[in-house]
Write a protein of this length. Structure first.
Ligand SMILES: CC(C)(COP(=O)(O)OP(=O)(O)OC[C@H]1O[C@@H](n2cnc3c(N)ncnc32)[C@H](O)[C@@H]1OP(=O)(O)O)[C@@H](O)C(=O)NCCC(=O)NCCS
Length: 379
């Protein structure tokens, strides 16, 4: 490779070693610390997966009970964060609110000045519990209602669903949310995780790295896609002719959100699982309209562009049917991906090398400096 060769978007570049997530290039398979995503989605819970990502091993029952207890104990917010959440403009985007709430929490965290593994794990567990609380308090504020539930007994997915919908969810809805959290938890060097690692690589702290990651995840080419997909589905449904609408969008060179992936050029195994969740949720709720429309768009995109849906595509209608307000879709991604980000931040700190690539300079050649009073005015 010539030293001047540029890899735009770092496409195809392996920027480091990682033992957290394996995206099998050829088979299109995916595993977290050696466990296949299909097995995790079918048999595991989000709490087990978060433990696996953070600690490196599956917990036994005793370890899981202890982990859950700490998660439950961490469901509290400082007065400063609460005041911030209740003073935000109700039209603020939940991702902006989250980014700032995580940042404020970093100033106050009891492990603020420590970057060792144990401190990072404690901080990660606290954030895993607090992030849904940030969203819950903000949501109540938007609706003009009072304090959120922090019911100590609820599992992570049940807690999130309760905060987002304001009602007690049924077990099948909780499982749908759980599967989505498991699928969203980790995906190696994606943009937000890489942003987190870049920040951590200067030996900055976990909250700073997570704040960077949230900023990166917000964009529609990354996590923001799930919200954008639901807006697309609503628009296409309104227009009444999906075939015509999607083809026209493609002719206008619009990107159809929820399709394509930088690494996965064939089927995304997570999307396959999420599609099944969307199908059975639609049947259970006696509302198959969104599933049918999504399937139709999937068929058009494969035929016209050879593109497959990614995880965000079927997640959008699943969240919609679960009663999640559309603007909160990407923030739910954060409730899960915090586990993966934290695992990467710990790994980065453990084997640190400052991430500092080069660019190929394509700007002006050297120019003579002319003092301000001698420069001609440009009107
Ligand atoms: C995710 C994404 C950024 C990956 O893109 P990438 O690997 O950089 O691929 P490129 O942007 O180079 O696209 C390659 C070609 O496919 C097209 N393409 C890729 N995704 C597309 C989409 N969702 N809709 C329409 N066309 C798409 C591009 O327009 C380009 O076509 P061209 O060669 O005729 O110009 C891209 O697929 C995308 O924008 N998807 C929509 C957003 C999304 O769902 N993001 C979540 C990702 S998990």
């Amino acid at each position: 490779m010539s030293s001047e060769e540029v890899h735009s978007g770092l496409e195809g570049i392996r920027a480091g070693d990682s033992a957290i997530c394996h995206v099998h290039h050829k088979s299109g398979g995916l595993s977290y610390r050696g466990y296949r995503i299909e097995a995790l989605a079918e048999q595991s819970t989000f709490e087990e997966v978060a433990y696996l990502l953070l600690m490196g091993q599956m917990p036994d029952q005793k370890e899981l009970n202890k982990f859950r207890k700490i998660l439950l104990r961490s469901r509290n917010l400082s007065e400063r964060v609460r005041v911030f959440l209740k003073s935000t403009t109700p039209s603020a985007h939940p991702m902006d609110v989250l980014r700032t709430a995580v940042s404020i929490s970093g100033m106050e965290d009891s492990d603020r000045d420590a970057n060792d593994d144990q401190a990072n794990r404690r901080k990660a567990i606290r954030l895993t519990s607090q992030i849904p609380m940030f969203l819950g308090v903000f949501r109540q504020h938007v609706k003009g209602q009072e304090a959120v539930t922090s019911d100590a007994a609820l599992s992570h997915p049940e807690f999130i669903l309760t905060l987002m919908t304001g009602i007690s969810p049924d077990p099948a809805d909780i499982r749908a949310m759980e599967i989505s959290l498991i699928l969203y938890a980790e995906h190696e060097f994606n943009a937000s995780t890489f942003a987190a690692r870049v920040t951590a690589s200067s030996l900055s702290d976990l909250h700073s790295a997570v704040t960077s990651a949230i900023g990166s995840l917000k964009g529609p080419l990354h996590g923001g896609a799930n919200e954008a997909v639901m807006r697309l589905l609503l628009e296409v449904d309104q227009a009444g002719d999906p075939e015509k609408d999607i083809i026209e969008r493609l002719h206008r060179k619009e990107r159809i959100m929820g399709f394509g992936h930088r690494v996965l050029k064939k089927e995304d195994p997570r999307s396959r699982i999420m599609k099944e969740v969307a199908k059975s949720l639609g049947e259970r709720k006696r509302n198959q309209k969104w599933y049918a429309l999504s399937e139709k768009i999937e068929e058009i995109m494969l035929r016209e562009k050879g593109l497959y849906p990614n995880l965000d595509f079927y997640s959008a209608s699943v969240y919609y049917l679960l009663g999640i307000p559309v603007t909160f879709d990407t923030a739910l991604f954060v409730c899960s991906r915090i586990a993966g980000w934290a695992a990467h931040i710990i790994e980065q700190h453990d084997h640190n090398r400052l991430i500092r690539p080069r660019c190929r300079y394509v700007g002006e050649k050297e120019r003579e400096y002319i003092p301000l009073n001698k420069r001609e005015e440009i009107s």
